[in-house]
Design a protein around this ligand. Structure first.
Ligand code: 5GP
Ligand code: MG
Length: 179
């Protein structure tokens, strides 16, 4: 496992991310919609840096259901409150890989009639985008590798690492063999 972003780098990057978000919305009330489960650690750190009126909501998106291979995308918006209509909404996810998760989520949230809708991600994988959009706010660009830590898991492991690391193919196999 190779560390990509240390705790210190993450702290600094999230501070910058919060600054850009605040600079954009100023002190307008914002609804942050976190995409479960990967965004929980980012969400907890980010909202504490946003000194503005804030509401937090959650949706669930699952695609990486067998190790590193994307399964069909399952979106669950049942957790959303009715606090979307006429609000400025910011979707927050852990990583933008092919982009399909946000690309499919955005029209579903849009149907709920937000005043505006943007998205922020901690990480953006280089050279992987398959959709015609880019996140509005990005913490860090990362190479095309499978990354874990700071909310991101591999088969339920590493989600609680305080830093972001990349798994080597051998490591993924090892854990896979143990089931
Ligand atoms: P996308 O739909 O953009 O291809 O993928 C987005 C989702 O896939 C992320 O929210 C995350 O849950 C998962 N994902 C994509 N790349 C990685 C990765 O390198 N590591 C982990 N742990 N999850 C990833
Ligand atoms: Mg996700």
């Amino acid at each position: 496992m190779k560390t990509l972003l240390s705790e210190e780098q993450l702290r600094e990057g999230i501070r910058r991310l919060a600054e850009s978000i605040h600079a954009h919305y100023r002190d307008k009330p914002l609804t942050i919609v976190g995409v479960l489960i990967g965004s929980i650690v980012l969400l907890a750190d980010l909202i504490r840096l946003l000194n503005m009126p804030l509401r937090v909501d959650l949706v669930q998106a699952r695609s990486y259901r067998s190790g590193t291979r994307p399964g069909p995308l399952v979106l669950n918006t049942d957790l959303l409150s009715d606090g979307i209509r006429d609000r400025d909404v910011l979707l927050v996810d852990d990583i933008f890989d092919t982009g399909h998760t946000l690309w499919e989520l955005i029209p579903q949230i849009d149907e709920l009639g937000p005043a505006s809708l943007k998205c922020a991600v901690l990480l953006m994988k280089q050279g992987r985008c398959e959709v015609e959009m880019k996140p509005d706010f990005v913490g860090f660009e990362v190479p095309d590798a499978f990354v874990v830590g700071y909310g991101l898991d591999y088969r339920d492991r590493y989600r609680n690492l305080p830093y972001v690391a990349m798994l080597e193919p051998g490591e993924m196999q090892e854990i896979g063999d143990r089931g």
